[in-house]
Write a protein that binds this ligand. Sequence first.
Ligand code: RB5
Length: 153
Amino acid sequence: MKIGIGCDHNGYNFKEIIKEHLKESEFEIIDYGCHSCNAVDYPDVAFEVSKDIGEKRIDRGILICGTGLGVAIAACKYPGIRAATCHDVYSAERAQKSNNAQIITMGAQVIGPELGKKLVEAFLNSSFNEGRSGKKVQKIIDKENEFIRQGSN
Ligand code: RB5
């Protein structure tokens, strides 16, 4: 499974720790930046990761900013993308199992990287429970498609 990881300046140190941690896993990690603590705009990296998931170049994403919120809001603007901010292990697991989220987001100013490691492990090692949750996620997809169709008319 190919995983895109990205951050803004507030998430840079956190991202580096998570990236290092995942080096020993079975996942292929692709770094979308940023590559230093110099200020960048979080929507730019979030859009890149979402686009590559939408275009099937990568399977899942990990996004980090100060709170985890800005990158989640931005990532979800890309059609078909479900990004979930998770700061506890249970939510990280459910984001995948119940919501089929392709992206986990975290806030480097909210939690520490040790918890971050556990969150990405829970997220990446879970898979969508189509049976119980398929109908509900499909409703979200259908509603989004309805808005897209309205917008193109
Ligand atoms: C900085 O731009 C800060 O707003 C960002 O790291 C993040 O917390 C946004 O949600």
